[in-house]
Design a protein around this ligand. Sequence first.
Ligand code: NCC
Length: 277
Amino acid sequence: GPRRSGPQLYCDLKRRTRIRTVDGTQEPFSSLGWAHLVPPRPLDQIWTPQYRTCAVVTSAGSILNSSLGAEIDSHDAVLRFNSAPTRGFERDVGNKTTLRIINSQIVSRPEHQFSSSPLYRDVALLLWDPAPYSANLTAWFLKPDFNLFSPYVERRRLRPQQPFYVLHPEFIWSLWDLIQDHTQDQIQPNPPSSGFIGIVVMMSLCRDVSVYEFIPSLRRTDLCHYYERYRDNACTLGAYHPLLYEKLLLQRMNQGTSMELKAKGKLTLRGLRDLSC
Ligand code: NCC
């Protein structure tokens, strides 16, 4: 797609992306009674009044030795990903967690112990699965990438008070379309990373969003995650996910300084709600 300026990108993002979750109004979920299973309050209203400042903490190894913990925790709300822990890493990543985005591997693979691990308690949860582009919901329900539906139903019954949503595949793919439309190259037809999805969700819910180590700082490393020894620079640049393109796009929207980007791996993004386009 043609190269657009920062303000145009903001307005395009606002116009084209509406957070959408599976709400039980469409088949097969309506027949399965999901209208009564999902949280009564829609995701874009879970925080009323709206949070002002939000932090997104990626799981990149480059956040190690950053001492960003206190700065991260000073935000009103903090988003983390998948199985990323805070315990033992507080100095660098903080300890507040308001929302966690998890992919369908987390709820379906036994090693994550989704039903018993404290990581997934006392936070709002957003679950997604890489459904094929334009698959209808019934096809997806019958054959998801990882089985997310039964663990979701079980958790909703067990903990009805926990805000827990499944992202609608159309929302995921609208983000892919957006990335492709703003990128010269043909990108791979795989969904965006949890990181990109989470950043857009927070831009929809918050006034201001600080993102840490999505664009790597000068601490850049091939250490995949701050909480594991595994090394692979595909974690930072992408292989399956169009991660490099996600990063180039968001860097164009940065409202912060290049100093902050280098020293903290920090992107400052504006929330979409108050944007006048
Ligand atoms: O690794 P993952 O992501 O959990 O990381 C969360 C988000 O942080 C950003 N990130 C991470 C590492 C890094 N070096 N640089 C980064 O920028 C990315 O934006 C990333 O999305 C995912 O997106 O859900 C992913 O999940 C893992 C894995 O499923 C979970 O960690 C659970 O074990 C995927 N890895 C594999 O499937 C092996 C990963 O591809 C994407």
